[in-house]
Design a protein around this ligand. Structure first.
Ligand SMILES: [Zn+2]
Length: 245
């Protein structure tokens, strides 16, 4: 990108900050440019300035100009109509799903620096997760999202078998963050509080298929994932029950 270039991209707004009296600094997760932070002049003064589209949970087509200084400038912003759009509309009408999705945006904004995330495939992950959460159990999709985001950030947890003997059939399993995986009932040395009644095949994390997880205790998985975010990234965030309370 060079000075003066005008760039088009599809985007989801993940963070919005007031700047001066009338402007906003907007962070987008885009399809092709990772996280892009833009200044939107006049966005605060007039709702019509960007067609009233500058809202979370809108899939947007943005146009921005590579500008001098720190921040590129948002020129135009329109609603993009794609396969995912009806899901977004449905999510907006549902309190629990809206809260969860906004927590994902917040997490991404926290983890991905301005200009970063280009190679992490976060946009497809968000699209998949948004589509899945429309009709599936929200907590389950939330956990699949968290697990996949952690993988994309470089922390691959293996919850599919015992780290030591590779057994899948010695429950309960105990999660060890430093090993990034589980110890079975035969191999564990210290009984960690992060217990899993049954292991989870790795392919379950890519399918977003709710059926695959019927037998799994979601609260155990959630406990393990929140602990991992804390352990690997120093991020502490609310459990599902508190988030949606
Ligand atoms: Zn074992």
């Amino acid at each position: 990108m060079k000075l003066g270039d005008i760039i088009f991209d599809r985007a989801l707004l993940i963070k919005s900050t007031v700047y001066g009296d009338r402007h906003r600094i907007l962070s987008f997760l885009t399809a092709d440019h990772g996280r892009v932070d833009l200044i939107a002049y006049g966005a605060l003064g007039s709702k019509k300035r960007f067609g009233g589209t500058l809202d979370f949970l809108n899939l947007l087509q943005i146009q921005f100009q590579v500008s001098r200084g720190d921040l590129n400038r948002l020129l135009q912003c329109d609603l993009a109509i794609e396969e995912i759009s009806p899901s977004l509309l449905k999510i907006k009408r549902d309190y629990v799903r809206t809260v969860l999705v906004l927590s994902w945006f917040k997490l991404i904004a926290k983890m991905i620096p301005r200009g970063g995330g280009q190679d992490l495939d976060l946009f497809p992950l968000l699209q998949q997760s948004l589509k899945a959460i429309e009709n599936s159990k929200p907590l389950y999709i939330h956990l699949v999202f968290l697990k996949n985001l952690l993988s994309r950030l470089g922390y691959l947890l293996d919850l599919s078998k015992c780290l030591v003997c590779h057994s899948q059939n010695n429950p309960p399993f105990y999660f060890k963050a430093e090993g990034g995986g589980l110890h079975c009932n035969q191999c564990f040395q210290v009984q960690s509080p992060y217990r899993l009644s049954s292991c989870v095949p790795n392919e379950n994390w890519t399918s977003f298929d709710e059926q695959k997880i019927e037998s799994i205790a979601l609260n155990e998985l959630e406990y393990i994932l929140l602990h991992s975010y804390q352990y690997f990234l120093g991020i502490q965030f609310e459990c599902f029950d508190k988030l949606v309370a």
